[in-house]
Ligand binder design. Structure first.
Ligand code: PLP
Length: 393
């Protein structure tokens, strides 16, 4: 089982009560330069402005027509109309992106089957464990690029032994590496999924960090979705936690897309059923908070806050990467986002060594993940050198 990131984060908070030099780079929450968590005033204000009717009642299980309509528009952006010309779309509210991932595993796979993931990844095995699923890996990188050959070869191997395959692509700002696929790489992934005509492919497109990429058009990849053929069902998993910085509200959704109308209706029904039989319904407050920001004048204010926050996130990764490069500390290829991974020989021991020096980070396949989103520029200054010395890199 993967390490428990929430536990490492709790240990860091406990250590902070005793020591004043603790660096907590364990968890993907944005903290401002003054270490406060409310990085977006528009969000804090909106939460407090919600009235009883927007907080207390049970919601519609799938979020209701307004939420679904606005959420689909939010995620697909200006490509929505084009996508809808050839695809059917529906959605279901979920408690965070996590709820969307867990329910996809539960309704789209049978126990003992495999899910298809990269060797360096966020903790998808936690959801797989619960759904009694196994992991089938492909290599994420070939040098500085996505390893398309491994993706294809490993998918061939899995498709030969299993009819329906859930493929997870976490993009942009891949957790833990900060990698973002190029358009060409994304296109090739789509082509490979289309080639699996004798299989059913479930493309779980985890866009938790969609708002934090520095691609010129952060929705452009959505415009490629209509290329997907009818052997592919796409589930886009949206995280309100990351988008709005409301980690504890459990805002999220699954967007279902397919060329087959009945398929979308069937999967939607399964999501609703899964919700009723597990978490029942997503918190009304998170649905209504999203609906608040779907109103154009509110969205405008939010986007201003987001822009400021994004600037800070970018400045942090720039500072870290420049220092790391100067002293020869090697990371996985990074493009943008909340995290970076320093390559180390023995991550399971190395993160403990860092803890001995009050630096809290998370071991990953191949290295140590630092959540730069939670560190101030001040904390980042000199950090690569400190890590290099502690780990003898
Ligand atoms: C890659 C990725 N996907 C999904 C999530 C889900 O987040 P939440 O359930 O808080 O929306 C996270 C959270 O860390 C993540 O890093």
């Amino acid at each position: 089982m993967a390490v428990d990131i929430l536990k490492i984060s709790k240990d860091a908070r406990d250590a902070k009560k005793i020591y004043d030099d603790v660096i907590d780079a364990s968890i993907g929450m944005f903290f401002d330069e003054d270490k406060s968590i409310g990085g977006m005033p528009s969000v804090s204000k909106a939460i407090r402005s919600l009235v009883d009717d927007q907080v207390l009642p049970y919601p519609s299980v799938d979020g209701g027509p307004n939420f679904k309509k606005e959420l689909i528009s939010w995620v697909l952006g200006k490509y929505e109309n084009d996508i809808k010309k050839s695809m059917f779309v529906d959605a279901c509210a979920t408690p965070g992106g996590s709820g969307a991932i867990a329910s996809t595993f539960s309704i789209m796979a049978k126990p003992k089957e495999y899910i298809f993931v990269s060797d360096v990844r966020w903790q998808y095995e936690r959801f797989a464990d619960r759904a009694k699923l196994n992991i089938f890996e492909h290599k994420l990188f070939d040098g500085d690029a996505f390893n398309i050959q491994s993706f294809k070869e490993r998918l061939d191997a899995l498709c030969a032994i299993q009819h329906r395959v859930i493929i997870i692509i976490n993009d942009p700002c891949h957790n833990p590496t900060g990698y973002t696929l190029s358009l060409n790489e994304f296109n090739q992934i789509i082509d490979i999924m289309n080639q699996k005509k004798d299989n059913e492919i479930v493309f779980l497109y985890d866009v938790a960090y969609l708002e934090f990429t520095h691609e010129e058009d952060n929705r452009l990849k959505m415009s490629y979705l209509p290329k997907l053929e009818s052997n592919v069902t796409t589930i886009i998993t949206f995280s309100g936690s990351k988008t709005f910085g409301v980690y504890g509200l459990r805002m999220g959704a699954a967007i279902i897309l397919s060329k087959d109308k009945d398929n979308v209706a069937d999967v939607h029904k399964k999501f609703v059923n899964e919700a009723r039989g597990s978490w029942s319904a997503t918190p009304t407050i998170s649905i209504e908070l999203f609906n608040h920001f779907a109103i154009p004048e509110n969205k405008k204010v939010f986007l201003k806050d987001l822009e400021r926050l994004n600037g800070i996130v970018q400045a942090r990764s720039k500072s870290f990467n420049e220092q790391a490069k100067e002293i020869g500390l090697i990371t996985y290829p990074f493009r943008s986002g909340f995290y970076t991974v320093i390559l180390t020989k023995d991550p399971d021991q190395d993160y403990l060594k860092l803890q001995d020096h009050h630096i809290y980070a998370v071991p990953m396949n191949g290295g140590i993940r630092l959540a730069l989103c939670s560190l101030s520029l001040n904390e980042i200054q000199g950090l690569p050198q400190k890590i290099k010395s502690i780990l003898n890199l």
